[in-house]
Ligand binder design. Structure first.
Ligand SMILES: [Cu+2]
Length: 210
């Protein structure tokens, strides 16, 4: 069984919510349309008590409005809470911040110990990784499609994103902002390795670069 990375889980749950609500709304709309097509409209008689049917109609309208408002409120709250979960990690205390610098046409990753690595980002599994993304020249955009994360790399400013990979695996990092002739080749690799492997590698590069 594969464990879903949290960034993917957030978007999947939001997608499922929209899918369920969209399907429900579709079923209701199509049912009402089909019903209207196959039933004869009631001919209203001019005579008779008007007030009770008017009141019923008004109550029906209010109930429908309340149902619509509650559905829209649920969707809105869930969307905003998901958006903030994507921006800020749930537990930033156990995290490592890595600087990401985009440049025509490669990515450089600078670790807290100042060790800089070009073209591959090695991280420990199960740890929250905060990426501080910037650019040295033009606009780029850092993206890992399989993890559902992306952030623009803009000269002179830092944009943050976070990710967490639960199991040892590797993912492709791409640039998704057209940045020049080498844009398509502006890729890198993310390697999520277990903590022991990471610590051994990290202390070895610390000794080298410091
Ligand atoms: Cu690019």
């Amino acid at each position: 069984m594969t464990i879903t990375p949290p960034t993917v889980a957030i978007w999947t749950s939001l997608f499922d919510l929209y899918l369920v609500l969209g399907t429900m709304v579709g079923i209701v709309v199509i049912s009402v349309l089909t019903y209207s097509v196959f039933t004869k409209p009631k001919v209203k008689t001019e005579m008779g008590p008007k007030s009770s049917s008017e009141r019923r109609k008004r109550i029906r309208t209010i109930i429908l409005a309340l149902i619509t408002i509650s559905i829209l409120t649920t969707v809105e709250l869930d969307t905003f809470s998901s958006a903030s979960l994507v921006t800020v990690p749930s537990d930033p205390s156990n995290s490592m911040t890595i600087q990401v610098v985009g440049q025509q046409f490669f990515w450089t990753f600078i670790y807290p110990n100042n060790y800089a690595q070009v073209g591959n980002l090695t991280i420990p599994v199960g740890e929250t990784i905060i990426l501080n993304i910037t650019s040295k020249d033009v606009f780029h955009s850092f993206a890992i499609q399989q993890l559902d994360v992306a952030k623009d790399a803009i000269p002179g400013r830092y944009n943050q994103l976070w990710l967490e990979v639960p199991t040892p695996s590797s993912y492709s990092i791409i640039c998704k902002e057209l940045c020049g002739v080498g844009h398509a080749f502006m890729t890198a690799e993310l390697y999520a390795v277990n903590a022991t492997t990471f610590n051994a590698w990290y202390s070895s590069v610390q000794a080298k670069g410091g």
